[in-house]
Write a protein that binds this ligand. Structure first.
Ligand code: FAD
Length: 221
């Protein structure tokens, strides 16, 4: 890909597709551009077709770009993405966005496919000194669980609202945050997921003394 214009699209050939759990897919294609972990690309089925934004879900130096997405049954794009086969073509924009990480200690907070930018940061060598809170309804939805668990240990906290398991916090991520008495104001708090979660979690963080400037958000709308 030669352009940095976010309005231009280029064709790529699908090299990988897998349904990770019900309705949650990972697709891949060969990486032909540079990006910063946490950035997004636009995806369309046709050159001039409607586009949607997706976080890149692979490390900055990996050979394939991966995209983690949830099928929205009534949606325009995601049902079509789930029908893709290896060798099919999609159209992508250049990467963009400022939701990028660094090596400083931080708390990463994600729900659902909002884990994607953090997995990209993790795979790009930014996982040290991080606490990761991940929220999902069901246990099977904790994508990349093994890798996060091995690398982060106690600093990887799964909040599961519908399934029960002794290794997870039973409830929503916002419930977990409400219960914390000792959040560190000097840390940065990265939030990624639905608007509801991001707004609610941000309000809780502010009520617990986290400065607004230390809260960095990416809303999936
Ligand atoms: C910066 C950014 C990054 C994003 N990254 C990702 C990502 O990495 N993975 C990912 O899966 N999505 C991501 N999204 C959301 C994505 O862009 C699409 O909105 C989503 O995939 C739905 O597209 P669609 O064409 O299938 O549905 P649409 O035709 O756009 O939507 C159909 C209907 O479904 C509703 N809807 C949209 N999304 C959801 C949802 N998640 N759950 C329930 N209802 C919904 C809409 O409000 C609408 O009423 C991101 C969005 C933004 C803004």
């Amino acid at each position: 890909m030669t352009t940095n214009d976010s309005h231009q699209v280029s064709p790529v050939s699908i090299s990988f597709t897998e349904e990770l759990s019900e309705g949650i897919y990972l697709i891949g294609f060969k990486r032909e551009f540079l990006f910063r972990a946490g950035q997004v690309i636009g995806i369309a089925m046709e050159e001039k077709g409607p586009r949607r934004l997706y976080s890149i879900c692979s490390g900055e130096l990996e050979e394939e770009i991966h995209i983690l997405y949830k099928v929205v049954d009534e949606g325009f794009l995601t049902p079509q993405l789930s029908d893709l086969e290896i060798g099919n073509t999609i159209w992508i924009t250049a990467p963009g966005g400022e939701f990028t990480g660094d090596k400083d200690p931080a708390v990463w907070i994600a729900t659902g496919t909002g884990i994607a930018p953090f997995y990209s940061m993790f795979r790009s060598g930014l996982g040290e000194n991080k606490t990761l809170l991940h929220g999902n309804r069901f246990l099977e939805q904790f994508n990349f669980y093994d890798e996060f668990q091995e690398a982060l240990g106690q600093d990887y906290i799964r909040c599961c609202s519908a399934d029960n398991d002794e290794e997870v916090y039973q409830g929503r991520i916002t419930g977990y945050l409400e219960e914390q008495d000792a959040l560190i104001p000097a840390l940065k708090y990265y939030l990624c997921g639905s608007a509801d979660m991001v707004v609610e979690a941000r309000d809780i963080l502010i009520s617990k003394g986290i400065p607004f400037g230390n809260i960095i958000s990416e809303i999936y709308f």
